[in-house]
Design a protein around this ligand. Sequence first.
Ligand code: ATP
Ligand code: MG
Length: 417
Amino acid sequence: MKQSLLFTKTSKDTPKDEVSKNAILLMRAGFVHKEMAGVYSYLPLGHRVIQNIKKIVAEEMEAIGSVELLMSSLQEKVVWEKTNRWDDEQVDIWFKSKLQNGTEIGFGWSHEEPITAMVAKHLSSYKDLPILVHQFQNKLRNEVRAKSGVMRGREFIMKDMYSYAANEKDHMDFYEAATQAYTKVFTRLGLGDITYVTSASGGVFTNKFSHEFQTLCEAGEDTIYVHDSKKLAINEEVFTDETLSALGEVRESFNPRTAAEVGNIFTFGTDKTEVFGARFKNTDGVEEYAYLGSYGIGISRVMGVIAEVCSDDKGIIWPESVAPFQVHILSLGSDTEATELYTEMKKAGIDVLFDDRDIGAGSKLADADLIGIPYRVIVSKKAFDAGGYEVKKRIDSQSHVLNKDTLMSILISKKYD
Ligand code: ATP
Ligand code: MG
């Protein structure tokens, strides 16, 4: 894409009323637009990052058998009354409204109830199970505080997956597969080394805990106790002697760290399926209730966490897997040659942004650092005289002059070092 087509402007200044690093960087670089506190729109560059995150998540969910659907945002009150979560004091984040005729409705902050009510209509036999579904959906939550930028939004993008299994064993097998799939997701997102499977409160039935995926991040809202060598953690909410002994661990092995919850997985047992009649006939023809599991990933929060942990004083440093483009071509007074290179890269299937704008070299360089595309290629007379193009990885400080063939083969094979 030609950068002249991007209507978004970068900014040197910290936006007013914004305290969080992720929002400041994402707004300055033109990835998001703040509509109001806790509400952000995704601009072309930000949208590309979101799409890349979603793609990785979708691939890993599909790999364990889940099928994508899309539930509605408007929800019926009666559905939530069945589980006493319409007027529940603990659910203090409802946005509610009324139809013209006075009927109350809710805006989806979660989908366990409506999805279980829906699944109940499609489930009759053990042969229908497991049912594994996921969606990417904008959740609406009237959060009290919205000071963490895109990491805590009043409107945010979530991937939520639901599993319905015939029995506890099948449920736990899928729960384990989902844990592995989540681990793969965060590795592919470039967060693998700093993301911990964390025991947390909230599990019901056999499983004493739910599990959160917590990424070490100063801007996070949680404190977790980390066991470094075993790569596991315990949320401070449940960091008790009882928890430690249930896990066969000792207090001394753990250190407190600040982290952000990027995902969580949860067992509901048959609590909700009993309420909504999500039952099936087993092999003996006897009716049983399905076991429900629920698995979230905060897609937009992940984008914020990446901006927080993958950045320096110049801007963002996107991991290749989620970067809006792989290559950023900067023409410094060599437009014809730069256009040629751009055309060639596009032909080779390389995702490239071409800074063809008629602005000074300093601004182009500063913008490239702020936007944070993994490879920067400068096309200039100086580089030609030195034998080709000046190539620099965003994470490196050193640049190299490479000829076209070498550059193209590196970008196609992604082997730079
Ligand atoms: P938290 O503890 O952060 O409030 P939660 O436990 O309410 O989150 P879930 O309802 O299970 O979270 O949502 C699944 C995932 O969605 C979370 O793990 C988190 O990554 C993300 N998420 C939750 N609330 C928000 C929000 N307000 N803004 C952005 N992402 C969110
Ligand atoms: Mg939580």
